[in-house]
Every structure is written in structure tokens, then in C-alpha cells.
Design a protein around this ligand. Sequence first.
Ligand SMILES: *Cc1c(COP(=O)(O)O)cnc(C)c1O
Length: 413
Amino acid sequence: MKTKSEAHFATQAIHAGYKVKQGQGSLTPPIHISSTYAFDTVEQGADAFQGENDRFIYARLGSPSQQILEQRLSLLEQAEAALATASGMGAISATMWSLVKPGDEIIADLSLYGCTFSYLEHGLKSFGVKITYLNLSNPKNLTDHISEQTKLVYSETPSNPNMRLIDIKALSEITNQYDCKLMIDNTYCTPYLQNPLVLGADLVVHSATKYLGGHGDLIAGFVAGSQDDIDHIRMFGLKDMTGAVISGFDVSLLLRGLKTLHVRMDRHCENAKKVADFLHQSSYVKNTFYPGLENFPQRTLAAKQMRNTGGMIAFELNANREQSAQFVNNLKMILCAVSLGDAETLIQHPASMTHSTYTEEELLAHLISPTLIRLSVGLEHVEDIIADLNQAFQSVFSASADDFPDKGLAISA
Ligand SMILES: *Cc1c(COP(=O)(O)O)cnc(C)c1O
């Protein structure tokens, strides 16, 4: 079912899906903003509606620029097909609406992006879909629970916000024994670092708002998988259920972002490794969760399914919730903001912000510590990122220069 193209990732990210002669020689693909497409005859229109020609019909079903983007994204994820949407949530909801009906069960991992949790818990559940949360880091939990009722298994890896990994191949070996699809949110890794479909998943979704766009100037998403699944999600989940259509302008920004994805990801990973080392060595930090650290519990799995360890870090200070918030407030360059994958380093406190729809009990049940801090390491000079973290530690813990550990700065290149 998977297609593999000859060219390397970097080349695909720049060229796939577009030939300059399609755009009368323009290097950058044209932006199509037309809402509707005209036919020569009624008969030609009728054929288009029957899927018997490849004419565009109406922008909710696709446009020429969206098609370029979708071809590029499907090649990067090594999928047969892809569908771009107005947001990551647009991709997740269009996909799930298309795959389940009342009485079916979705099994999701314990740790999820906040709005995905809300969509399952407050959305699909109220429409009669059974939602079960399991710790999918241990595949045995899935084996013990899965049944004929289970139509979808859903996970992020690494998970947001606490950086737990799940073994995509191991889960796919279980879901393959049932009439059940495995759907992976690959936002944290991007297709540059991990290809869930190649590892055995049936569907992969992304918030393209994050690393794929990469510049904090758009909201978009996509889902990739088999041609049949993507056709169904486009013609039902997107067209009739969510209507979350990507605009031509965002298509253009996203195509631009993709051209530098591989270059940016290399630097995100390089910076994050140094920042994670700094945090890990600091006496003010209790736990640092980053797949590139020697003591990361799932390091072997990371090496097996990820090509590099990414730009996201989670950590807990040796401090209470109030001091943790104070630490974030005292940062000078690093910005307190949700979202991730931008050039700017962004930090946030999930229990107060992205995961604030969780009750205290839900936070605990879903393995999100109330003092956890999430850091999206940006593309600034790594010494400046570390220096800012360093000064914020000092201001919170009011350490004197003497007893402040300076090992952090020593590790920066
Ligand atoms: C941001 C995010 C989403 C939602 O994407 P939007 O583009 O904001 O709708 C889903 N999953 C993960 C892991 C995310 O980080």
C-alpha cells in the first residue's frame, strides 16, 4: 500500500508535486483562491461528480495548489495519498468522524494533545462512541483489551506533553489481527524524523501548524494513508462533517515552510540535545524527559523508530507549582506560549494552559504532572537559550553566584 519515491527527503520537500511549467515557469506554485470551478458542459460536470474525470469542482473538495501540497506531503510520509486540512484538529476530527459510528470503541493512549482529549472525551463520547484510555507504551495493555468492537487505536509518539514513546510496529501487529486501524499523530517528529506508515500504522495525522509550517504564521493539518481511506475522509469527514478546508494562502505558506523542514529539524534536534543536557545536569531540575538523554527510559525504542530525537523537551523543577510558574514568568527571551516547532523557543505550563481542560484527577490519571513544563527548543543560538534558562533558575531559587551550578554553560559549544 505504501509508495516510495526515488528522491531523497530534502529533494522531495522542495520539488515534489510541482513542475514549474504547471505554473507558467513560476518558481513558487501559484495560489488558487477560487471557490468554484467552471465546466465546459453539464456532461463534463456530471462526470466530475461521478469521479470520472479529474476536474476540480468546488474548493471544499480540493484545489490545484492544495493538490500540489497533498502530493508533497504524501511522498514525505511515504503514503499513497494525503488530505490537507484547515488545522490539525480538522485532520483528526475529519478522520475519526469518518471511521467510527455509535457503539464502536476507540482506544487512545493516556497522554494526548489537550484538544484531542477534549474531542474524544466531550465530543465523540457524547455521540455514543466508547473511548478507552490505556497506557500504550506497554503493548500488552492493548492485547489484553482490544476486541471486535475496537475500530481505532490512537496515539502520539512522543506524547504531548510528557514525552512518552509508543512502539508503532508492536501496536500495528496487534491491530492487524482485528478490523481496526492504527492512527498515529506524528506532529512532534514530522515525517523527517519518523514515518508511522512505514512502521505499520494505517493513518498518520499532523498539526502542520507546528514544525511543518515552522514560522508560527499559519494553522493547518493533514492526514495521510491509503488512497481509499483518504478518499473517504475527504468526501465524508471533511466535505460533509467538519468542512475544515485549508485556504489557498495557507497552502502557499505551508509549501514554503516544507522547503526548509529538514534544515530546521536538524538544528532543532542539535539545540534540544544541548538544552536537555543542561537541564539534566542542573541541580534545580528534578526530571528531564528527552529521548536523546542517556537515562531516557525508552532510548532503545527511540533509536529504533526515530531518525533523531526532536526539538521537544519536558521537565520538572525541584519546586512546587507556584515556583514552576514563576520560573516561566522570569524568562526574558524565551516566550511563554502554546504551540511548538517555531523558530522562537516557546515554553508553557501544560496544567495551566494546553491541558487545562483536564481536572486534577484527570491530570494524574493521564500521567501529566502538575509541575511539568514543556519546552519547544527554537532556532536561536543555543548558548542564548541556555543562558536565559540559567538566569530564570537563579531568579527563582535566588542562588548566589557561588553555589549556582555553571555546568550548563560549560556544555554549550
Ligand atoms: C497542535 C497539535 C494538534 C492540533 O493541531 P492544530 O493545528 O492546532 O489544530 C494536534 N496534535 C498535536 C500533537 C499538536 O501539537
